[in-house]
Ligand binder design. Structure first.
Ligand code: PEP
Ligand code: MG
Length: 548
């Protein structure tokens, strides 16, 4: 047994054979054509046909949006203009691989020059070219491997295009050499509830196709050639997880009946029905900036009222926590701040950017108040990146002036934890954004793979800050939510409750696992686990200590 570690994403465990995603092909050589043009042209024609058939077959199997992407790619493989171009290149002395590669290359350059939608298709063309050349070369095609057996996918990282063709029925876990907890792979793993370990340095060299492995997202490990006992344990844990996913939907609670509402993080009204179906008891974080990423001017009050009303209507009588626009760093909004900053994560962002454009903030609060009046949902509004009492008091006063009833602060900047007592004097509630709280506590950019191992909310420094907020919330008799990704990790969710979180909000797909885990502990047990994690020396030790 040989174990490699990285950053575990989400939860779950899987034992299966590994399949590696092949690296992109090396460009073909410039060797002149050694065979006759006619037979080489036929060989290319056959390769194109096989690739088109394969893409069409996969399109029919996957359905939905991915089907259209794959069918379009199949059409690209069958384009007669490509075959004509290949012929003239063969006639000029290029070998078959080079002729095909260059024919697609010039087609791709043409699309890129057209810009817009056509330019976006250039990447798909690149993928088709790689597949055809792989056929001619007799090697595995790049891209997501296909298998009739369940497998663990090993890749350098996954691009959005790869995820469209990933067969989720067969993919039991994802492991990447690069990437951090906010990479595309991590987002996919969370949204599909797949166990994943990212940033596993050395996995591409160590793993081979068909080799058995156990991927444990909770521990952040990939065990190669596991023994029979490890495989059996993984199988049993997987069964428990599957059972949790199909267990009846109940409100979030601990084993002793302590209520812990489980809410969903959403980015638009279209996320709402899915969240309700998965048992979300409300919305713990509505990221309103997702509606306006890419907008060049501030949205109108009417436009915003409509968008907020749609989300609130999906949760009659339920709590919906809306975050006002969180501009900056990973979520740029040009109309709030388009100045170049050396360190945007430490720049004019969150509440600071809104304060600098107060009319935008006033308009948003006005739209929220209108949506509150038009629906039966229980609206709570919070501001991102509040650093102290003064900022909290400013935001709460403005929210109340504009007609809102419950106005709070997000805890993402470590100073707010240190000053939690003061902040609760102003704010009606606090919701902890563990993604940014971890980034700022550990001084590790949440988007940077090289520092991914520091981006771990299990770190006792982060947990101690959560406890400061939890304790202050309890003293003030106010609610303390957690809406960062940490809430989606079932073992950590228990610890967060033990530290004083009164509700948890996460991607709706994570709710079933968290619900099942909470039901296994009493509040006293959650507090004991939290106490053990707080005294650990590292994130890894905190995980182990909490597990007991
Ligand atoms: C967070 O920082 O934890 C959070 C919930 O906000 P976002 O991920 O949108 O920055
Ligand atoms: Mg944040």
């Amino acid at each position: 047994m040989n174990a490699l570690s990285g950053v575990g994403v989400g939860s779950g465990i899987a034992a299966a054979k590994m399949l590696k995603m092949p690296d992109p092909l090396a460009p073909p050589s410039d060797e002149p054509l050694a065979a006759d043009v006619e037979s080489e042209h036929q060989r290319v024609q056959q390769a194109l046909q096989l690739v088109a058939d394969e893409l069409n077959a996969r399109a029919a199997a996957v359905g939905g949006e991915a089907q259209q992407v794959l069918e379009a790619a199949a059409l690209m493989a069958q384009d007669p203009a490509i075959l004509d171009d290949v012929r003239s290149r063969l006639e000029s002395g290029s070998n078959a691989e080079r002729a095909t590669w260059d024919a697609y290359g010039s087609f791709r350059d043409m699309l890129t020059a057209m810009g817009g939608y056509m330019a976006e298709r250039a990447t798909d063309l690149e993928d088709v070219a790689q597949r055809v050349v792989a056929r001619l070369r007799g090697v595995s095609a790049p891209g997501v491997p296909q298998s009739d057996e369940p497998f663990i996918l090993i890749a350098r990282d996954l691009a959005p295009a790869d995820t469209a063709t990933l067969d989720l029925e067969k993919t039991l876990a994802l492991v990447t050499e690069d990437g951090g907890p906010t990479s595309h792979t991590a987002i996919l793993a969370r949204s599909k509830s797949l166990p994943a370990v990212v940033g596993v340095v050395g996995i591409l060299g160590a793993a081979s196709d068909g080799q058995l492995a156990v991927v444990d997202a909770k521990a952040g490990t990939v065990v190669l050639d596991p023994d029979a006992e490890a495989v059996a344990t993984a199988g049993a844990e997987r069964e428990v997880r599957l059972a949790a996913a199909s267990a009846p939907i109940t409100d979030g609670a601990l084993a002793d009946g302590t209520k812990v509402p489980l809410m969903a993080n959403v980015g638009s009204a279209k996320d709402a029905p899915g969240a309700v179906e998965l048992g979300a008891e409300g919305v713990g974080l509505f990221r309103t900036e997702f509606l306006f990423l890419g907008a060049s001017s501030a949205p109108s009050i009417e436009e915003q009222t409509k968008a907020y009303t749609e989300v609130l209507q999906a949760f009659p009588g339920k709590k919906v926590v809306v975050r006002v626009l969180d501009a900056g760093a990973d979520k740029p909004l040009a109309f709030l701040n388009d100045a170049h900053e050396e360190n945007p994560a430490l720049g004019l962002r969150g509440i600071r950017a809104l304060r600098a454009s107060e009319q935008v903030l006033r308009d948003q609060l006005t739209a929220l108040a209108a949506a509150q009046a038009a629906t039966d949902a229980e609206l709570h509004v919070m501001a991102p990146m509040i650093a102290d009492h003064e900022e909290a008091a400013y935001f709460v006063a403005l929210g109340k002036e504009l007609g809102l009833t419950s106005v709070g602060a997000m805890a993402e900047v470590p100073s707010i934890a240190v000053l939690a007592d003061q902040v609760f004097e102003a704010a009606d509630f606090v919701s902890i954004g563990t993604n940014d709280l971890t980034q700022y506590t550990m001084a590790a950019d949440r988007q940077l793979g090289t520092v991914a191992r520091f981006q771990d909310p299990w770190h006792p420094a982060v947990l101690r800050l959560v406890k400061l907020i939890g304790d202050a919330g309890a003293r003030a008799g106010k609610s303390v939510g957690v809406c960062g990704e940490a809430a989606a990790d079932p073992a950590l969710a228990v610890v967060l409750v033990g530290l004083g979180a009164t509700s948890l909000s996460m991607s709706a797909s994570a709710i079933a696992d968290v619900r099942a885990e909470l039901l296994t502990v009493t509040l006293d047990e959650a507090k004991e686990r939290a106490a053990r994690a707080l005294t650990a020396n590292s994130a890894a030790e905190a995980r182990e200590a909490a597990a007991g």
